[in-house]
Design a protein around this ligand. Structure first.
Ligand code: DAH
Length: 367
């Protein structure tokens, strides 16, 4: 920058002449007016009002003028820069408004457009029901155990004391997986999970095993070739039938309410000895006179068949590597679908498997 110079003639410094300053202002106004959006205006601001703009550079020259010329040029440049600043702020306001209007127009949402009406569905009652059942046992400190639905014949039958010639094998109408020599079945019950659990864990064992099972049954209101069971297995020191009865009474009460307990009837299962059928106290008439006489739910019995149970047969413990001299156990198994049908008054088993979303939705939020 040049130093003070008393000989200096402002008229000869072209950047500071009145015409030149007026030209710069015009140039700036034209650029500002031509900016069509805020980005372009920013560029114009930089070019015509920025630190390196002609007007700013000219302003720096003022200091070098003799005192009499300094005031003149200072005023002229001050006015010029104010005019440019004013033009910038007017254009800025206009462009901001235009931008806002454009955004409002572009991002407009038509609240009257029809929404997509596809429904989201809900969790299936068998899923939520299985979880509800498992939770009853989890709350007592049991664990959930699972196994595959395509199962080894040995685990589905042999390990459970159902040898190759055992008559009870034919009671369970089995789906065999081709080729039959591979000895693989679709599990006919959840009991193989008992064997799997004993083979992989050491007692104490307290497990509940909900799952899908398969039998060559007709598809009607009370049968299905695919259905669900829940298995319970306890193996510990000193386990008796009394523990079994207490656990099942608790299960019944948790599912059907206070006062709904169970009774045992003598029965036979190869994997338990002794064995029993479990009946559920009729949750409609409660077996009480006079309602029981005309009760259609239990057909006047006061009790409803629920499942099978018993003390784990020592032969099963041995087959699964558990020492029957140290440990005893109990087991039970019942239909989940049947239990849910009782609990929710579902008359036809097929409703659970037809996949009609309107059916599932009614159970959607039950926990
Ligand atoms: N597995 C038997 C069935 O599907 C039900 C059953 C009965 C399971 C007695 C058990 C039990 O654990 O002890 O018919």
């Amino acid at each position: 920058m040049s130093g003070p110079n008393s000989e200096y003639d402002p008229v000869q410094v072209s950047g500071l002449s009145a015409e030149e300053v007026a030209d710069l202002v015009e140039l700036a106004k034209a650029a500002i007016g031509a900016a069509t959006d805020l980005d372009e205006l920013k560029a114009a601001r930089l070019a015509h009002a920025g630190d390196r703009s002609p007007l700013a550079l000219a302003n720096r020259e003022i200091g070098a003028l003799p005192p009499q010329a300094r005031k003149d040029a200072g005023q002229r440049l001050g006015q010029a820069r104010a005019q440019v600043a004013q033009a910038l702020s007017v254009r800025q306001a206009t462009l901001e408004m235009e931008q806002e209007e454009r955004i409002l127009a572009e991002e407009r949402v038509d609240m009257t457009l029809p929404v997509q009406r596809s429904s989201y569905g809900s969790r299936h009652p068998v899923t939520t029901g299985s979880e509800l059942i498992a939770d009853v046992f989890i709350a007592m400190g049991w664990e959930v155990a699972e196994g595959p639905v395509v199962e080894a014949e040995w685990l589905n039958f042999d390990a459970l004391n159902l040898g190759p010639d055992h008559p009870a094998r034919t009671m369970q109408d089995t789906f065999w997986v081709d080729p039959v020599e591979h000895a693989i079945v679709l599990r006919t019950h959840t009991s193989p999970v008992q064997a799997r659990t004993m083979l992989t864990r050491t007692p104490p064992i307290y497990v509940v095993c909900p799952g899908r099972v398969f039998r060559t049954d007709e598809y009607d209101a009370t049968h299905s070739p695919m259905f669900h069971q829940v298995e319970g297995l306890v193996v510990d020191r000193g386990i008796t039938m009394a523990h079994l009865k207490g656990s099942l009474d608790h299960f019944a009460t948790a599912m059907f309410g206070a006062g709904i307990d169970t009774r045992f009837r003598p029965s036979y299962f190869p994997f338990t000895e002794p064995s029993a059928e479990v009946d559920l106290r009729c949750f409609v008439c409660r077996g009480e006179e006079p309602a029981v006489a005309t009760c259609r739910t239990c057909r006047g019995e006061g009790w409803i068949e629920w499942g099978g149970c018993g003390v784990v047969n020592p032969r099963v413990l041995v087959a699964c590597g558990v020492d029957p001299e140290i440990y005893t156990g109990f087991a039970f198994g019942m239909g989940i679908d049947r239990t849910l049908m009782f609990r929710h008054g579902i008359a036809d088993l097929r409703d659970l498997f037809d996949g009609d979303i309107r059916f599932s939705a009614a159970f959607g939020s039950e926990l």
